[in-house]
Design a protein around this ligand. Structure first.
Ligand code: ATP
Ligand SMILES: Nc1nc2c(ncn2[C@@H]2O[C@H](COP(=O)(O)O)[C@@H](O)[C@H]2O)c(=O)[nH]1
Length: 188
């Protein structure tokens, strides 16, 4: 089986982390852990959800790509990909849309892009409130340029990304099952 990375992208609250967890739980697809300088949310763990970094330690990493999102830095490394592919031909990673474009450009068909969206924008705000994010952090994020940008599929990914409207999680899971089935058929 040739190696593939499933890049899960979309706006804040669209369900990227939830989808990554589903792929891990149902298909044993490991998630590549990325690096960030933002502070952990309640319940988030270092080396599980992210490698939480200071600016200084972040600068010492070698990234495949890195971005600024809502004032914080995020990055993912080639080393993590190579290490992941030694264990599993299929991996997933959760990225903003800028990172997803970079993966698509740098890795070509090795990157399988899934863009998540919802049919009503206010569902996203509701979901991040219910997730328990700090209310000040929510306001800041909703006003960020990156939040607005990630609501739409970038033109570079049109015709490339699988688009899933994640209104109902059960329906989303069925669409993911189809994608994984096709991917496994192609790769065998
Ligand atoms: N289809 C759905 N219906 C209702 N709630 C959902 C659905 N999908 C995910 N959620 C919930 O919405 C919240 C946000 O989901 P999640 O954390 O996966 O989003 P995200 O895209 O990773 O967000 P962020 O980019 O801010 O980290 C979570 O509490 C999750 O349980
Ligand atoms: N381009 C990258 N985007 C990343 C990376 N790690 C996470 N992310 C994305 O950043 C935003 C904000 O994340 P949050 O956990 O603070 O809500 C979100 O879209 C993530 O998918 C990365 O290494 N590169």
């Amino acid at each position: 089986m040739r190696d593939r990375i499933i890049v899960i992208t979309g706006a804040t609250g669209s369900g990227k982390t939830t989808v990554g967890k589903y792929l891990k739980d149902k298909y044993a697809i490991p998630k590549v852990i990325t690096h960030t300088t933002r502070v952990p949310r309640p319940g988030e763990q270092n080396e599980v959800d992210y490698y939480f970094e200071s600016d200084e330690t972040f600068n010492q990493r070698h990234f495949l790509e890195s971005v600024k999102y809502d004032g914080h830095r995020y990055g993912s490394s080639y080393e993590a990909l190579e290490r992941g592919w030694e264990k599993s031909p299929l991996l997933s990673v959760v990225l903003d849309t800028k990172g997803a474009v970079t993966y698509s450009e740098k890795l070509g068909e090795e990157a399988v892009i899934i863009f998540l969206t919802v049919s009503k924008d206010n569902a996203l705000q509701q979901r991040i409130k219910e997730r328990g994010d700090d209310p000040n952090a929510i306001d800041h994020r909703l006003e960020s340029d990156e939040y607005q940008r990630d609501m739409a599929l970038p033109k570079e990914l049109q015709g490339i990304a699988h688009v899933i409207v994640n209104d109902k999680l059960d329906k989303t899971k069925l669409m993911l099952d189809e994608i994984i089935k096709e991917l496994r058929n192609d790769l065998n």
